[in-house]
Design a protein around this ligand. Structure first.
Ligand code: DAT
Ligand code: MG
Length: 172
């Protein structure tokens, strides 16, 4: 199977309107978009996504950041005494994507930049748009194995694969 990676725009990137910037860079490079969905993951889902980091001192802060999106939703609630209440709730929104192409896992990490945005060169996504490590706007799988695990976690119903007309212009 062709190499695939899991790329995600985190809540800060979604709120700041940087989804298009992330997509543009992967498209410009020649990678192929296989799946894209605006998701509202639960805390448990994100703890699973970052389970390798659960022992790290920044884990709690990381999960709070990933679950406390700056998006405010108005909820109409009917309470037990039939009163209607308007509640506001923070809703984390992440844009989950699958990209395919030759060497896309490693090249995707290059497009993203270093984990710490201040150490990322201009021209990378984090280098151009972020400063703090805890607000680095995007995620990219770090190996082919974790990419497949993450794709299965975020797209449990699977991902369609299709042959592009333009492949012959991008690959020799
Ligand atoms: P990456 O996202 O570049 O794959 P990672 O998997 O090591 O980096 O860590 C996942 C996220 O956790 C990262 O995007 C931001 C946060 N993080 C990593 N190291 C951190 C640190 N030293 N302090 C605070 N947050 C950190
Ligand atoms: Mg990582």
């Amino acid at each position: 199977m062709a190499e695939r990676t899991y790329i995600m725009v985190k809540p800060d990137g979604v709120d700041r309107g940087l989804v298009g910037e992330v997509i543009k860079r992967f498209e410009n490079k020649g990678f192929q978009l296989l799946a894209l969905e605006l998701q509202k993951p639960s805390r448990e889902h994100l703890e699973k996504h970052y389970s390798d980091l659960s022992a790290k001192p920044f884990f709690a802060g990381l999960i709070n950041y990933m679950t406390s999106g700056p998006v405010v939703r108005n909820l109409l609630m009917i309470t037990y005494d039939n009163a209607i209440q308007l509640r506001k709730k923070q809703t984390p929104l992440e844009v989950a994507m699958v990209w395919q192409g030759k060497g896309v896992v490693k090249a995707g990490r290059v497009l993203l930049g270093e984990t710490n945005p201040l150490a990322s060169l201009p021209g990378t996504i984090r280098g151009d748009f972020a400063i703090d490590v805890g607000r680095n706007i995007c995620h990219g799988s770090d190996s082919v194995e974790s990419a497949e695990k993450e794709i299965a976690l975020w797209f449990p119903n699977g991902v369609l694969s299709h042959k592009r007309v333009t492949d012959s212009l991008i690959y020799e």
